[in-house]
Design a protein. Sequence first.
Length: 397
Amino acid sequence: MSHRSANLLHPDQHGYYGDFGGAFVPEMLYPNVRELQENYLKITATKKFRSAFEKLLKDYVGRPTPLFYAENLSRQYHTNIYLKREDLCHTGAHKINNTIGQVLLAEALGKTRIIAETGAGQHGVATATVCALKGLECVVYMGEKDIERQAPNVARMKMLGAKVVPARSGSKTLKDATNEAIRDWINHAADTYYIIGSVVGPHPYPDMVARFQSVISREIQKQLKKITGNELPSYVIACVGGGSNAAGAFYHFIEEKKVKLVAVEAAGLGIKSGMSAATTQLGTTGILHGSKSLLMQTADGQVTEPHSISAGLDYPGIGPLHANLYTSKRAEFLSATDGEALAAAFNLSKKEGIIPALESAHALAVLNNKKFRKSDVVVICLSGRGDKDLATYMDNL
Ligand SMILES: *Cc1c(COP(=O)(O)O)cnc(C)c1O
C-alpha cells in the first residue's frame, strides 16, 4: 500500500510522509492517539496557545538563540560557517522547545500526569523542567545502562521532582525505555499525557514535534536575512537521532530546493562494524514505536541493538519525515564515526571556545568530507552543549 502526501513537509491526514508514518498503537491507546490527532492543530493554532508558547520560548528558554558566525572554523574550511546555538537553550539543548509545546497541549487537554522516555537524559531533563514549571506529576523511563552512564542528568531530573524509573529489559537503553513508557501509557490512558522527545512515534507526534522545533529554521531565516541579505543558506547540516533538531533546522527550507539539506547519522565504530546507529545506511522498512519507518532490524524483524558513543544518537530508527527525505533524495544522509565526532568536538572547543554535545559533534564532523565554495553559507545546528559529555571527552583526551 502506498500513501502519497501532498509534499515533503506535511504528512497526509493519516500521518504518512510518502510511504512512512501512520499510527500503529495498541487498541487501548486508540482514544488517546485519536484525541491528539483531532486536536493538536486546532489547539496549537489558537491565540492563547501561540502567545503562551512564544512567551515561554522567549523568557524561559532564552530564544531567539544566536546564529553565530564561526570565523575560525570558516577560515579552516574555506567557506562561511554559521552555528545555530541551540546549546544556549535553557537545559542545554533544543529538546525544551518541544517539551514546552507538548506540556501546554497536555494542559489544554486536561491531563494531570506526564510521562516521558529518555536516552542521554536531555529529553527527561527538559520534561522534568516543564513539569516543575507547571506543577505536574512527572515520570521518566530510562534504560538501566543509561542511568549508569548519564548520572548527572538523572540527578537533575530527581532534583526537579521527577520520578526516574529504570527500564531493565533488552539492551537497557532508549528503545527499552520507550517500550516501558508505552506500557505505562496503556495502564494510565485516562489522565496521562506522553511527551515523546523526537519526531518519532504514532501520528501526530512526528508532525507535532517538527512544528514545535520549526522555530529553529524560522529564526535562521530571519537572522540570515539580517546578516547576509538572503534568508536562504547554501547548506543546513544537522545530526539525526530520531530527527527532531534536524527537522527543526530543515523545516522552513524543505520546500526551498536551492537549500541543500545534510543529515548526519552516527556510524559508531563504522557502518559495517556491527556497532553503529546509521539507520538509513543499514535499515529497512518496518514498524517501531508506533510508526512505519526505516529501522535497523534482522531479516526476521528483530530490532538490532544500535551503538553510538553519544546516547542521544543511540537509537535504531529515524522518524518518518526523515525516511521520506532520504528515499526522495531531498536530503543527503551522511554519517560520522565515534572517533570523527570526538575529533570534531575537540576541534570546535579549541577553535571557537564552544564545547558541543557529542551528538552535535557528528554534524560538525562532516565538514571534513564536503567540498564547499568560498561563497557558500553553511548553517550547522549545534543541538546541545557538551557539559553532559565531559566524562567521555576526558576519557578520550
Ligand atoms: C537528543 C539529542 C539529539 C538527538 O535527537 P534528535 O531528535 O535527532 O534531535 C541531538 N542532539 C542533542 C544535544 C540531543 O540532546
